[in-house]
Design a binder for this molecule. Structure first.
Ligand SMILES: C[S@@+](CC[C@H](N)C(=O)[O-])C[C@H]1O[C@@H](n2cnc3c(N)ncnc32)[C@H](O)[C@@H]1O
Length: 202
């Protein structure tokens, strides 16, 4: 564990448990599914192969389970989320990390990523479980700034299969599947198969 890092909590994120038990409805149009376990966030972080102090951009930060894992491990995180209903939970999840964690409550397309981010930022995101939306966000991020060097994303499998390789290539990106992830790792449970992919520029 790097200096300043703390051990991850275990079990289900209590905020997810609270939402599951209440009347909160996840937005389908935003491909909204929330990561249930901080343990899975830690696994994604390991797959991302970050180095000490790396800057990380997460688009679709939701309840902040992955963002908090990034900050907890000692990295800087820019956590972008469009849905104002989860803003309070996201800010609370990141509050312990002070300057290291920056929640940005906005559609990512309205954020000046080139101004916000340092050179060499790593994109680490659980993208909406809606393949055109997921592809659009990834293409936008890498197309709008050269400061994002590479990425790791959880995507609907269809984003890889139906978005022809030519589309990713047209966006100057190469995908490589690095792991799987269960639909049950999310609430609501994912309705589609998911993949964990690395994203590099070509
Ligand atoms: C699959 S969920 C991941 C949620 C989060 N990682 C979590 O586990 O709590 C995708 C997230 O992307 C957000 N989102 C969708 N479109 C967006 C956009 N254009 N800009 C920023 N966030 C967006 C959704 O509101 C949703 O929270």
């Amino acid at each position: 564990m790097p200096p300043g890092a703390t051990a991850p909590p275990t079990g289900e994120n209590p905020v997810v448990a609270e939402l599951r038990g209440g009347d909160f409805r996840a937005r389908r149009d935003l491909g909204q599914h929330f990561l249930r376990s901080p343990g899975i966030a830690t696994r994604l972080l390991e797959l991302a192969g970050l180095h000490a102090g790396d800057a990380v951009l997460e688009v679709g930060a939701g309840l902040g389970t992955l963002s908090a894992a990034v900050a907890r491990a000692g990295h800087r995180i820019w956590a972008v989320e469009k849905d104002p209903r989860v803003a309070e939970a996201l800010c609370a999840a990141l509050e312990p990390y002070g300057e290291r964690a920056r929640p940005l409550l906005s559609d990512v397309r309205a954020v000046d990523l080139d101004r916000e981010l340092p050179v060499g930022t790593v994109f680490l995101s659980i993208l909406p479980f809606d393949w055109p939306l997921a592809f659009g966000i990834a293409a936008h991020v890498f197309g709008s700034t050269a400061k994002v060097a590479r990425g790791l994303a959880v995507l609907p499998a269809a984003t890889v299969d139906h978005t022809a390789a030519g589309d990713w290539f047209g966006a100057g990106l190469r995908l490589e599947e690095v792991d799987g992830i269960s639909r049950d790792d999310f609430w609501p449970q994912a309705a589609v198969p998911l993949r964990v992919v690395s994203i590099t520029r070509c």
